[in-house]
Design a protein around this ligand. Structure first.
Ligand SMILES: [Zn+2]
Length: 147
């Protein structure tokens, strides 16, 4: 019998992870449906005063931000669900090391081991600060020129 690449995960663990992903996908689908119904019902009630529609717009904007995040997450879940059928699931995309079950069950869409994840987050925040200090430097030289 050949050994699976992601053999650090038992069949039982893989099942648990898949169940969790399916449950998450279901939760998001239900949420979307609820939001959609809510929106359709509220727009069907007809005339409203200005304050109400202003509030609606704020809520709608917040909803859309939420929906964007959820739909990205939903895509990630679907991607992970097809990946879970392959031996690549549970392996770090960066270094190829196995990702621990503890980490996966907490976040089944993880694609990196904790070390690589921390590393990439450090790089991200470094890039962020570099960009910030660059644009800050530009702003300072611009304002220095005008004075
Ligand atoms: Zn790694």
């Amino acid at each position: 019998m050949s050994v699976r690449l992601n053999s650090h995960l038992s069949d039982k663990q893989l099942h648990a992870l898949k169940d969790k992903l399916l449950a998450e996908a279901e939760r998001i689908r239900t949420n979307f449906q609820l939001k959609k119904n809510e929106y359709e019902n509220s727009s069907a009630t007809g005339a409203k005063d200005e304050v109400d529609s202003a509030n609606d717009n704020i809520l709608l904007a917040a909803d859309m931000r939420f929906s964007n995040r959820e739909s990205l997450y939903y895509k990630k879940i679907t991607k992970t669900l097809s990946k879970i059928e392959t031996e690549q699931y549970g392996m770090c995309d960066e270094c190829g090391d196995p990702i621990t079950y503890t980490r996966l069950i907490a976040r089944p869409t993880s694609e990196m081991c904790i070390l690589c994840k921390e590393e990439s987050e450090r790089e991200e925040s470094q890039n962020f600060f570099e960009r910030r200090s660059k644009s800050l430097g530009r702003e300072m030289s611009v304002s220095a020129g005008t004075h």
